[in-house]
Design a protein around this ligand. Structure first.
Ligand code: R1X
Length: 244
């Protein structure tokens, strides 16, 4: 089967897939793989396959925002991916989770529009327990600040006339905010795949804590390196467990 948006053949997609927003990050992750092949670079979707410690996996970029990202998740799953891990960035809600921290998302608040067109209100966007646990263990092995908890997925990036209720999400216990995890968890649930997500914190989302937003610092770049290593480590743990 040809996957028309990713522009790849389903036969080329293995069971494990790492996904990230930025096509450049997909290339960086692919650089960690052996026998790597670029399958396609179509729009924001750049797809590689290779293997890591003997485990075949795909790496694909999904761009910014839920609706475009969901196309990537859907096509990867149609192609045969059964475990998807997002390797992203997020804004933090708390001073104990500064830029450079890693956040593992157990579940996502569906504060975006896409999943409302997929599933009813109240349907949860939840990570797979085994994937989340493998990610958390592998993140702790990397050192630095690691938090695990509920993240928020928004459609909005730059605020408009309305206030974004960051303080409410924070009071309710959310640890960080980004834009694609809810779509990943809902699409995975709909299609019978399992998913997890890890994010490198690139600043504070809460206006009281936020200094000028700069996601291009060394501390963020180092956190991205750690989350890539953690995600690859999680794939190896999961593949070992799957083999029994
Ligand atoms: O998920 C968010 C989005 O993809 C986090 O980073 C991007 C915006 O900079």
């Amino acid at each position: 089967m040809f996957l028309p948006i990713l522009q790849v053949n389903s036969e080329d997609i293995p069971a494990y897939a790492l996904v990230c927003g930025d096509p450049k990050r997909a290339e960086v992750i692919a650089g960690r793989l052996e026998d790597v092949r670029e399958l396609a670079f179509s729009r924001e979707y750049r797809t590689f396959v290779g293997s890591y410690e003997g485990v075949p996996l795909a790496v694909a970029s999904h761009g910014v925002g839920s609706s475009g990202a969901a196309i990537c998740f859907e096509e990867l799953i149609r192609g045969g991916a059964t475990t998807l891990i997002r390797v992203g960035t997020a804004g933090s809600y708390s001073e104990d989770t500064p830029a450079g921290s890693l956040v593992v998302s157990t579940a996502a608040v569906r504060a975006e529009g896409l999943t409302r067109q997929l599933v009813p209100d109240g349907f949860p966007a939840v990570g797979d327990g085994r994937v989340v646990q493998a990610l958390h263990e592998s993140a702790l092995e990397q050192g630095g600040v690691v938090r695990q908890g509920i993240t928020v997925s928004l459609d909005v990036f730059f605020q408009g006339a309305l206030d974004i209720p960051h303080k409410t999400y924070k009071r309710a216990g959310a640890v960080a905010v980004e834009m694609e995890i809810a779509a990943l968890y809902v699409v995975a649930s709909l299609r019978g795949a399992r998913a997890g997500a890890i994010a490198a914190v690139d600043g504070y989302a809460d206006a009281d804590l936020a200094a000028e937003y700069d996601p291009h610092t060394n501390v963020v770049a180092q956190a991205v390196e750690r989350e890539i290593a953690a995600a690859l480590g999680a794939v190896v743990k999961l593949a070992r467990a799957d083999r029994g």
